[in-house]
Design a protein around this ligand. Structure first.
Ligand code: HEM
Length: 392
């Protein structure tokens, strides 16, 4: 195959049918913005290829939002998501230590307690906005626990995450000022919180980060960047994927009954929700040099977009790919990225979603939607906009 005879698709398309139709003709397509990779195997090859860089893709998001210079850009230029090489390693290794699976598995009881507290606070069980009353509350409270911040700050923390990640991921220029103001507010929060913690180190993430700085692994500014990265990355995405999991389970009542009847199936249900409705619809890279993927040449300077949506429904990898099934062989999702850039918080995100579903299944087995759940799709992400239920 050459670069001239691949299908052409709409850049920024949100139409799954268009993506799947192109995927069934070719694993790679072109669009006005670059290459579009539509199948699972080549998608992983792209995400893992050392010549295809993630840092520039995050910088592009900042450029697109109009964050191109000044102090705020200087600070963004040194965080894990925007950097490559040694600087990226310096920033990623301390985060990876905090978020490693062994550490996260110790949090199960805490997360379970947080979910039950959230459920205890729900008022009229006949009319519940599950997005606000549950999905938005869990990740911010878990964050407060991790960094040892008062739980009363959870709503503020949730806003600090949403007002930064929301505009950035949806490329919403109308929210640029909100992004800027919230960035500084978030930085002040982590700075004050870290300073207050210095004289009283414990076994929380903040103390561990301070120890990393004292050991010379991070500068003071990098410490703030690390703390802010956890705040921003840990909330929004988990909120929406939690809501998606409930939406997918409830839109077909027999799915909910399956997990109520056999809670051991919940992790498989979470994976199936991620596969069929990922929070991240596209992950992209920049070719730093001429590269070849499956013998196909991609020239230096090209943007390469991997469609999480199309590749997680690749019929070469998934039987009956559009069907909800809990007995699939384990295949790692594309949604958490791959290679040296993959999502460091994926174990925590899964823990939170699984515990949320488990607690609701045990306490409210009669859970049902009271109206259709709705989402807002962009090419980059899915946001849940409505998820109204009756718990009893
Ligand atoms: C369902 C929830 C989540 C989703 C959908 C998600 C998605 C992603 C994606 C797509 C990436 C980029 C991967 C790549 O480019 O290959 C990423 C990176 C990252 N995520 Fe997550 N994430 C989630 C939860 C979390 C949580 C809970 C945390 C922290 C506690 C977290 C921390 C990070 C960090 C630090 C990175 C940067 C890794 C790097 O650039 O080296 N994420 N995430």
């Amino acid at each position: 195959m050459t670069t001239t005879d691949v299908p052409w698709i709409t850049a920024d398309t949100t139409d799954l049918h268009e993506l799947e139709e192109a995927r069934d003709r070719s694993w790679i397509a072109r669009s006005d913005r670059g290459y579009e990779v539509l199948r699972y195997g080549p998608g992983l090859s792209v995400l893992e290829h050392p010549g295809l860089l993630k840092g520039p893709s995050f910088l592009k998001r900042l450029d697109d939002l109009g964050i191109v210079d000044g102090e705020i850009r200087r600070r963004w230029n040194q965080v894990v998501t925007t950097t490559e090489g040694d600087q990226r390693k310096r920033m990623r290794v301390p985060l990876a230590k905090l978020l490693r699976p062994m550490q996260i598995s110790k949090l199960r009881d805490t997360v379970r307690g947080i979910v039950h507290d959230v459920l205890d606070e729900i008022g009229d069980p006949a009319e519940v906005d599950l997005l606000q009353a549950l999905a938005w509350k869990i990740p911010s409270r878990v964050y407060c626990h991790l960094v040892s911040a008062p739980v009363e700050l959870a709503p503020t923390i949730a806003r600090l995450s949403d007002s930064v990640l929301g505009p950035l991921l949806t490329n919403d220029r109308g929210r640029r000022q909100e992004f800027v103001d919230t960035f500084w507010e978030g930085l002040d929060f982590v700075r004050e919180h870290i300073d207050a913690r210095r004289s009283n180190l414990g076994d929380d993430f903040t103390s561990a980060m301070i120890r990393q700085q004292l050991a010379g692994d991070l500068t003071e500014e990098e410490l703030h960047a690390e703390a802010l990265a956890i705040l921003q990355a840990s909330i929004d995405n988990t909120v929406h994927q939690t809501a998606i999991a409930f939406g997918k389970l409830l839109e077909e009542p027999s799915r909910w009954q399956d997990v109520v009847g056999d809670p051991a199936r919940i992790p498989a249900a979470t994976e199936e929700a991620i596969r069929l409705r990922p929070r991240f619809n596209t992950i992209f890279r920049l070719a730093a040099e001429d590269v070849e993927i499956d013998g196909f040449p991609i020239e230096a300077g090209s943007w390469v977009y991997v469609s999480v949506r199309a590749s997680q429904r690749d019929p070469e990898v998934f039987d009956a790919p559009g069907t909800w099934r809990l007995d699939r062989p384990a295949v790692r999702p594309m949604m958490f990225g791959a290679g040296p850039y993959n999502c460091l918080g994926q174990h925590l995100a899964r823990l939170e979603i699984n515990e949320a579903v488990l607690a609701v299944a045990r306490r409210f087995p009669g859970l049902r939607l009271t109206e259709d759940w709705t989402t807002r799709e962009t090419n980059a992400i899915t946001e849940v906009t409505r998820l109204r239920v009756a718990l009893v």
